[in-house]
Ligand binder design. Structure first.
Ligand code: XEN
Length: 356
């Protein structure tokens, strides 16, 4: 196995194991994708990735991190995304999307405007979470504690968004279960202090994620890849752990999940001790893959072609997700193919052949 070997998951085959990681562009109005998004995703598809995963997309307006997030809570969001997907497919990549709810980290200003919570009378809204505990720092809002009926409403919103994603032509879906957003807020004992069936024991804290998986699985076709992103550790004393992540991965596999995208952190910006460095999250992808027998994606400070190739060759992950490195260079896959002397040659778009 190597970086440029095709990867088949369900009925979908990626031309290589390089994916554009879901990020956040904060450039939408009312959740609607614009020409910016078309250029942004189309360029990476033309640059040679096998998979483009569109950024965190809110399943309800109050689930957006900022007012600039993409959304899929209404039918008006479908066609602008479908336009992007037609371009992505025409360039040989598979279109995917990350469905998200930010919970207590929602209602924030754009990073360029400080990123703190927006007051309700300044473009913000009431946030929701498993427990009425604010995130802290500049995210000061005390979230509304979701009732059991409201939890069911969130699951239904994810399912409705997944149906719209399908209508928009996406062939790969990722549930956002990482980075301190709503699903992760239920997993972590630091953000979840509930005393009902959604809090306390491991079984109770994973219940939101398991039910979410079932709700989306029920509407997402069996033949298309069904995936999730997980923060595999909080990097905090008393927080969510890698051991729990492996256990959750085993459970989600039985619920029909096809791949876990292994990230970390996001429950606290001040209390977490994160050993940030090249490929620092790769061991999580490796452990989940080996111990849960589930396909994984590795993400986080992967920048070098040899490093990415080794991750696949060593069996640490099935797919390598690049984020900021692809922002620096949309043609990273072509450069990597040259650097790794891949045969048969990976070719640029025919319009650009003279340049390579
Ligand atoms: C590996 C860390 C990635 C952190 N980010 C993840 C995002 C948005 C931007 C930052 C995501 O999953 N949508």
């Amino acid at each position: 196995m190597h970086l440029f070997e095709p990867f088949t998951l369900k009925s979908v085959t990626l031309r290589n194991r390089i994916a554009m990681s879901p990020m956040c562009m904060y450039s939408a109005e009312d959740g609607v994708a614009s020409d910016w998004h078309l250029a942004h995703y189309g360029a990476r598809a033309a640059g040679g990735v096998g998979l483009v995963v569109v950024e965190a997309t809110g399943v309800v307006p109050e689930g957006r991190i900022t007012p600039g997030d993409l959304g899929l809570w209404s039918d008006q969001h479908v066609e602008p995304l479908a336009r992007i997907n037609r371009l992505v497919k025409s360039q040989g990549a598979v279109p995917g999307i990350q469905l998200a709810h930010a919970g207590r980290k929602a209602s924030a200003a754009l990073p360029t405007q400080g990123g703190g919570h927006l007051a309700d009378n300044a473009g913000g809204w009431t946030t929701v979470a498993p427990s009425a505990i604010p995130f802290g720092d500049a995210l000061t809002k005390v979230p509304h504690e979701l009732t059991v009926a409201e939890i069911a409403g969130v699951h239904a919103a994810f399912a409705a968004a997944a149906k719209r994603a399908l209508a928009a032509g996406f062939e790969w879906v990722e549930l956002h279960g990482a980075h301190g957003y709503l699903t992760h807020q239920f997993l972590s004992p630091i953000s979840n202090r509930r005393t009902d069936q959604y809090g306390g024991s491991f079984e109770n804290r994973i219940r939101f994620f398991v039910e979410l998986t079932r709700a989306v699985r029920a509407v997402w076709p069996d033949h298309l890849p069904f995936t999730a992103r997980l923060s595999c550790t909080d990097w905090m004393e008393g927080g969510w752990t890698i051991e729990e992540s492996v256990e959750l991965a085993r459970k989600l596999k039985t619920e029909g999940l096809d791949l876990l995208d292994c990230s970390s952190g996001g429950t606290s910006t001040t209390a977490a001790r994160i050993p940030v460095g090249a490929g620092y999250q790769v061991p999580f992808a490796e452990r989940v893959r080996r111990e849960a027998g589930l396909a994984t994606a590795a993400v986080g400070l992967i920048t070098d072609p040899m490093q990415a190739d080794q991750i696949v060759r060593n069996g640490q992950a099935d797919v390598v997700m690049l984020a900021r490195e692809l922002l620096r260079d949309p043609y990273w896959p072509l450069r990597a193919a040259r650097a790794l002397h891949v045969k048969p040659q990976v070719t640029p778009p025919p319009q650009y052949l003279r340049a390579w």
